[in-house]
Ligand binder design. Structure first.
Ligand code: AMP
Length: 191
């Protein structure tokens, strides 16, 4: 079983690359951002709560996020492995994920960061916002706030996974298929 955490700032290409990885390695893709957006379109209580944070570019509180993630894993017992996209984003989430997976005799195989400069990412997100309709992609101030949240709360996880010998970086700049090849080379080398 391989379980990959896709790590990187908003716009780094996690969602795009997860689509390729999930078919190549037959993994189940869990994007907490997509799950929240699904709750918002279905007008659930969780969706209403998440929306107030997401619209500002703030992180949604840990406990509801962790509970939602656990449900997604538990609802897919047949999965051969998972791609965690956009989770964990805080130390508390990372610790909860390790604890939860070990209860199931599972563990993270690797955390792979897609690296790109902020200016490239802002441009990508503004472009994506033109078609995605996502309010958090349409305003540079909100985008910068998402980067702030990342720098303050998510970036420290590099150390957390490095200490476990599980942290890998991949250059996230270039053609999509070039980046996919870099990821494939890395993941194939993990076995
Ligand atoms: P994403 O689609 O991954 O860019 O996530 C969009 C937004 O959903 C983020 O800016 C957060 O508001 C929220 N979100 C997604 N994943 C998490 C998470 N693991 N923890 C807290 N908030 C999250």
């Amino acid at each position: 079983m391989i379980n990959i955490v896709l790590f990187g700032k908003p716009g780094a290409g996690k969602g795009t690359q997860a689509e390729f990885l999930k078919s190549k390695y037959q993994l189940f893709h869990i994007s907490t951002g997509d799950l929240f957006r699904h709750h918002i379109s279905n007008k659930t209580d969780l969706g209403r709560l998440a929306q107030s944070f997401m619209e500002k570019g703030d992180l949604v509180p840990d406990q509801v996020t962790i509970d939602m993630l656990k449900d997604a894993v538990e609802n897919n017992p047949e999965a051969k492995g998972f791609i965690f996209d956009g989770f964990p984003r805080t130390a508390k989430q990372a610790e909860a994920l390790d604890g939860f997976l070990s209860e199931k005799s599972m563990q993270i195989t690797a955390t792979v960061a897609l690296e790109a400069d902020d200016d490239v990412l802002v441009e990508r997100l503004i472009n994506r916002g033109k078609t995605s309709g996502r309010v958090d992609d349409q305003d540079e101030e909100k985008i910068r706030n998402r980067f702030e949240e990342y720098n303050n709360k998510t970036a420290p996880l590099r150390k957390f996974y490095s200490a476990q010998g599980k942290f890998y970086s991949v250059d996230g700049i270039g053609d999509i298929d070039q980046i996919t090849k870099r990821l494939n080379t890395l993941i194939d080398g993990l076995h």
